[in-house]
Design a protein around this ligand. Sequence first.
Ligand code: BEZ
Length: 252
Amino acid sequence: MNIQWNAGKYTSDFSFVYQYGNAVTELIEAEPGSTVLDLGCGNGALSKALQDKGFVVTGIDASADQLGIAREKYPDIPFYQADAADFSLPEPVDAVFSNAVFHWIDADRQPQMLRCVYRALKEGGQFVFEMGGYGNNRLIHGALAEAFAEHGYEYRNPFYFPSIGEYASLLEDAGFQVRYAILFDRLTELKGENGLADWSRMFVKTPFAAVGNEAEREEIIGQAAERLRGQLCRDGVWYADYVRLRMRACKN
Ligand code: BEZ
């Protein structure tokens, strides 16, 4: 995963990410007492929500900062540091859950990640997740690309946003059977009068590595936000044009 998290700011200003994730936990069809891995658990908020449903939860995340928050807030949940595409568990679990993580993993590492998930599940276990799907943040990345071009830079969207068909094929190649899939728009309210600029600073890191200096980065972010004001700002409130891909797949 190619991001250095500002874990504190993520928890305070971008809480919608894990708040929306509560609905995804509802897709898990398992009895209380079942074991669940929260893959890419971040600050542990959804690990706790899963525990509150009666599951026996373990969390894995690549970010030491996020895990620091998770361990402090939820000391009775075991959290481990590992890469989602390179992990193994001592015992297989009944379900693997993940929210808003897989779009951070490059397309060429997805098969490896899915093999790890498959290995981590018991026979009959289920894999439930939500990620950014095809067309996610199309307006935002389009406006950033235009602002980059005005400054003489090329913009490459750093995220992986697959369609249902594409991801179902990857899941089947890894041995899963897809039982549920939906791709839907979710205009998502952002916090603060500079909501879109703050979102861009928080999440869009790698394309800006090529941009000369901080002042130019800020200019690009400001120009992109201004381009989008008519479409993504209503009555002073900013929204992100999210498209979600939600799926449940089973190991046999
Ligand atoms: C998402 O949840 O779809 C997302 C969040 C941050 C950056 C890119 C996508």
